[in-house]
Design a protein around this ligand. Structure first.
Ligand SMILES: [Zn+2]
Ligand SMILES: [Zn+2]
Length: 423
């Protein structure tokens, strides 16, 4: 933190008065667009769409950026409901072929089955758009930047289900991005966990449940035994590990011995290396139920694994300083709450931050009360967060030493993890 502040002071001396002026410009710009940004967020909130089906949200965001012709907008970018909006570069020494520093902001916009925007992803879309528009305003008033800077907004679908960011990483969408920013609504500060989804299918044999039950092989018994095995296992798991799921398919009729059942479970641990351990324990529970009932079992991992978020101390400290300047109160002792995000995987590709922001309700994510708050009271908090993200980007693009520090934090965090994972 001390090093960060000293570096900032040095930069202010090199470019006297300029970073604060840029921050003023970005705040004014976000405020000037607040009705438009609110309407964007409300439109997405009013028509909630599930992971991968976010066509309305995609079109709405593409329209938002396309109305300002200085943005280059690619709809359906690499995935059907992803998009990219790019602006710049500006600044730098003007040398031919001088590489630009590409600052990325991410928008999520998928909703949850049954409860709409109970995770507030409409606000993530709004915050990403607001931060990008704000940073653009800041860069426009000060093009004598040490390096050329451009902005990329990526619309990243399907966070709640398949992990759209991981598909985008695999498709190369992050390969030219240097820094990445997003923020997620929460009722408190949150530490996110790596997550994996497992699908388990039991195949038995149907038979009349009253006339010839002995002819059947009961796949529902296998599912119930597996569920109970996992419940027993849970007592022996570390307190911060999570294992939770549903019986997705439980049979078709009470008088038919179920020939097919399906379970879906999520597993989470704070460190990736523990996730392998938990997966092995859970698989033993699933297989034991198959052995006990005589069913065949199929175990598969249909979505990507979600990684933990690689911390970037330099960016986190800058964000906190900017947030405090805007009136955000960061708790001394962040509360512990478990969730997962595909931003974790992004954080292994590009230095970035994913702070959490209070939206004026004590309701919990993934509840109807949270959905209500995400569509009503959240504006002040969302735009304040967007400003803090863009101000953090201003700090880094104005100061090569800070950029170097951010990159060094990224390198060291990855190195530390590689050592932890080494056999
Ligand atoms: Zn979420
Ligand atoms: Zn969620």
């Amino acid at each position: 933190m001390v090093i960060t502040c000293q570096v900032l002071l040095k930069c202010s001396a090199t470019f006297p008065g300029k970073p604060p002026t840029m921050k003023d410009a970005l705040q004014l710009c976000v405020d000037a667009h607040k009705d438009e940004l609110h309407s964007l967020s409300r439109d997405i909130w009013t028509r909630p769409e599930l992971a991968g089906d976010e066509t309305h949200a995609h079109d709405r965001l593409v329209r938002f950026f396309s109305q300002d012709q200085t943005w280059t907008v690619d709809g359906h970018y690499k995935l059907p409901t992803a998009f990219r909006a790019s602006w710049g570069p500006v600044g730098g020494g003007g040398g031919e072929g001088e590489p630009a520093l590409n600052v990325g902001f991410l928008c999520e916009y998928d909703a949850l089955p049954g409860i709409g925007h109970g995770c507030g992803h409409n606000l993530i879309a709004e915050a990403g758009a607001a931060a990008a528009v704000g940073l653009k305003a800041a860069l426009q008033i000060h093009t004598e930047l040490p390096v050329p800077v451009k902005i990329t907004v990526l619309g990243t679908p399907a966070e709640e289900d398949i992990g759209g960011k991981i598909d985008l990483i695999n498709a190369g969408a992050f390969s030219d991005v240097d820094l990445v920013f997003m923020a997620h609504p929460a009722q408190q500060d949150v530490s996110f966990l790596p997550c994996v989804a497992v699908s388990v299918k039991y195949h038995g044999k149907a038979s009349h449940a009253s006339a010839y039950p002995w002819e059947g092989v009961n796949a529902l018994d296998a599912a119930v035994l597996a569920y109970n095995n996992l419940s027993a296992l849970r007592q022996q798991l570390k307190p911060e590990w999570r294992l939770h799921g549903i019986i997705k398919h439980g049979g078709v009729k009470p008088n038919i011995i179920p020939a097919y059942t399906e379970l879906e479970f999520y597993m989470r641990t704070p460190q990736i290396r523990d996730l392998c351990n938990l997966k092995a324990k859970a698989e033993a529970c699933f297989r034991a139920a198959a052995v006990a009932t005589g069913c065949q079992v199929e175990i598969s991992y249909p979505t990507h694994d979600y990684y933990d978020i690689l911390p970037n101390t330099a960016l986190a400290n800058l964000y906190e300083n900017n947030g405090k300047a805007l009136g955000i109160q960061f708790p001394e002792q962040p509360a512990n709450f478990s969730g997962s995000t595909d931003f974790g995987n992004v954080s292994y590709e590009v230095p970035g931050i994913h702070p959490f922001f209070y939206i004026g309700t004590d309701a919990l994510n993934h509840t109807e009360e949270y959905t209500e708050a995400a569509g009503t009271a959240a504006q002040l908090f969302t735009l304040r967060t967007a400003k803090a993200l863009a101000m953090t980007a201003v700090d880094v693009v104005c100061c090569p030493a800070l950029l170097q520090q951010v990159r060094e934090d990224f390198r060291l965090a990855k190195l530390k993890l590689e050592k932890l994972l080494a056999p």
